[in-house]
Design a protein around this ligand. Structure first.
Ligand code: CS2
Length: 485
């Protein structure tokens, strides 16, 4: 079978939507770090929508370590297929990515692209762990950060590359690019800015001062459920395209991108590409991270303990579906500092319907990754707010306790845990086997996650009760705990 590329593009079936612009006339104006499935299904599609009118915003996609995306899409001239999962499978070929680089193999090419004056925006989807934070601050002891502080011109981390590119531009008197985080972090732009300043300050205070005054780090909220690509998708896409796409991406029809209008260089006309420009990012952040990502994580850990595979499967379990709905409406929605005119009930209804989408095979095991990074942003912040407000936290503690049970089960079963703290977490099972109070205390000693709440006896007691309520974490025990919550 032939391969999707510039040569086969014209021969695709008429029903396949394809770039509505001449790709050869586009120029790279964006470097995206973390060119994984979510970037290609979300931001790159919004950018593809505006290249016909504004061709100077094509994307150079950078993967820090893996060459897989470059090697898969390089022979396809950067073209790939977006599959929208809703009823019929509707396909669209995306042409916004014009270059793909692997930083580990071609660091100088990445730095040269970052220093290119035509590049005026750097965007990132590096997941929560990619920021190398410990609490709200940069972890200077993180191996990649320590490496980069010692050799800032040859970085390994995303922040290292962002700052190295800015340093090259400052030295060459080239205007800086804006740095736009597109990750699931509250105040993502603010956290990234503080981390970049802390990093630069560690080896070049003058550069740190220049970044502080000259570079914009706007915040954004991103939303679209994007299950990992699987062979079933590749087969469905090939059957409809009539040619092979090595790495198509799939997502739900729903997408949202809310961006703070704070740029130090030019910017794409995002509002003409389906994005929302707003100065109230915090409200959108709060609502999405707490009302979508928190129940996602709750389903991931509680559902995994029950032996359930996907989000849609979990939502077909009344005990689970009922629990997350109570969690959303009674425990999370009242803590929101939501955008003006926001209707939490309607937003909750829409999210529950999205979770129930039978066309989406969203694996709980994928959502369960990196719990030590996700839970503080998604659930622990809500618990902290509830404690301050004197609101109940019992239901909010159950997903956290389920995560603890999940971590211990993975360790006991010898299943690798996908988490930056995997070694530390897996060791907890060996030191506290059987003793629930000791187990909870061992987890609470993880200050990067639980300080300072671990000093609040109300939280400790509620978490211990939730952990005990899950009993031996069998499906029956979890169902009983859900019914009682
Ligand atoms: C999910 C998110 O994998 C996860 O942790 O909760 O990727 C979620 O699908 C997106 O944030 C939805 O916008």
């Amino acid at each position: 079978m032939s391969r999707l590329n510039e040569a086969t593009l014209a021969a695709l079936p008429p029903a396949i939507v394809r770039p509505a612009y001449d790709r050869t006339k586009t120029r790279i104006g964006i470097v995206h770090i973390g060119a994984g499935a979510f970037h290609r299904a979300h931001q790159a599609v919004h950018i593809d929508d505006l290249l016909a009118d504004d061709p100077d915003w094509a994307i150079c996609g950078v993967s820090l370590r893996s060459a897989d995306v470059r090697d898969a899409l390089g022979p396809q001239d950067g073209l790939y297929t977006l599959a929208l999962l809703g009823g019929n499978l509707s396909l669209r070929v995306i042409g916004a990515i014009r270059e793909l680089l692997c930083a580990r193999e071609e660091p100088q090419a990445v730095l040269a692209r970052l220093a290119d004056p035509a590049v005026r925006l750097v965007t990132l989807t590096i997941t929560e762990k990619g920021y190398c934070l410990s609490g709200d601050a940069l972890d200077l002891a993180h191996p990649d950060i320590a490496h980069d502080v010692a050799s800032p011109q040859a970085p390994a981390s995303a922040i290292g590359y962002v700052v190295a590119g800015l340093a090259l531009r400052r030295a060459a008197d080239i205007a800086p690019y804006t740095v736009l985080s597109c990750d699931n972090l509250a105040d993502n732009g603010g956290r990234l800015r503080r981390a970049a300043l802390q990093y630069a300050q560690a080896f070049d205070p003058d550069l740190a001062r220049w970044i502080e005054t000259e570079v914009a780090f706007p915040r954004s909220m991103v939303d679209s459920i994007t299950p990992a690509t699987d062979d079933a998708l590749r087969e469905r896409v090939a059957a409809q395209l009539g040619c092979a796409d090595a790495w198509p991406v799939q997502r739900e029809p729903y997408t949202q991108w809310v961006i703070e209008d704070h740029f130090c260089n030019a910017r794409p006309a995002f509002e003409r590409a389906g994005a929302t420009i707003s100065d109230d990012i915090a409200g959108y952040d709060h609502a999405k991270l707490r009302l979508l990502n928190a129940p996602h994580s709750a389903l991931a850990y509680l559902g995994s303990l029950m032996g359930i595979e996907t989000v849609a499967d979990a939502m077909r379990q009344p005990a689970l579906a009922g629990f997350v709905e109570r969690l959303m409406r009674a425990d999370i929605a009242p803590t929101l500092d939501a955008p003006r005119g926001f209707d939490p009930d309607a937003y909750t209804d829409a999210i529950l319907a999205r979770f129930r989408n039978p066309d989406i095979r969203h694996l709980l095991s994928q959502i369960a990754w990196d719990g030590s990074q996700k839970l503080p942003v998604r659930i622990l912040g809500t618990i902290a707010d509830a404690l301050v407000a004197g609101r109940p936290i019992d239901r909010l503690c159950l997903p956290v306790a389920a995560w603890m049970r999940f971590v211990r089960r993975q360790a006991r079963n010898g299943v690798a845990l996908v988490d930056p703290l995997a070694d530390t977490l897996s060791a907890l099972d060996r030191t506290t086997a059987g003793d629930a109070s000791a187990a909870v205390a061992a987890f609470l000693a993880l200050d990067a996650m639980f300080a300072p709440m671990s000093g609040d006896e109300r939280f400790v007691a509620a978490l211990r009760d939730a952990y005990m309520a899950l009993g031996d974490a069998t499906p029956g025990a979890v169902s009983r705990a859900l019914a009682a919550a």
